[in-house]
Design a protein around this ligand. Structure first.
Ligand code: ZN
Ligand code: ZN
Length: 136
């Protein structure tokens, strides 16, 4: 069984999961924009018990958006997004950006696309550099 591993920005929280992913969604809803500080959340979904915490689980904080099935779990030291059990208790949600290796599953769908940031599609066509470009 292949493993996917992940950690937060300060490396205090570390985990691993079996690479058995049911869904991989990019969510453009306004709550996910707030939670991530970016254009969309990138979430993998797996069985709720498919996680082994290797370090730092006690540091994790969680916020559940009132009235919505959206939560945000993050390292209490560095604020990085981390996996959490969905409110229904049926799924483990893994933010793709906290992974240190790649799942074999690729993103499948964009959801709540009507709520996308006005700058999301223009950003896809903007100039790409491999490093920070020098000032012109
Ligand atoms: Zn951290
Ligand atoms: Zn969302």
């Amino acid at each position: 069984m292949e493993k996917i591993i992940g950690s937060c920005l300060c490396s205090s929280v570390r985990f691993e999961c079996d690479d058995v992913i049911k869904h991989f969604h990019l969510c453009h809803c306004t709550q996910c924009q707030k939670a991530t500080g970016s254009a969309h959340a990138s979430n993998l979904f797996t069985e709720v018990n498919n996680i082994t915490w290797l370090a730092g689980a006690e540091l994790i904080k969680r916020y559940d958006v009132p009235g919505r099935s959206i939560s945000n779990a993050f390292c209490g030291q560095c604020g990085s997004a981390l996996p959490y059990a969905s409110l229904s208790g049926k799924a483990l949600v893994i933010p793709a950006g906290c992974l240190d290796n790649a799942s074999s599953t690729q993103p499948q769908i964009h959801i709540f696309y009507a709520e996308k940031a006005s700058w999301y599609e223009p950003a896809l066509g903007s100039t790409k550099y491999n490093t920070l470009p020098s000032e012109e």
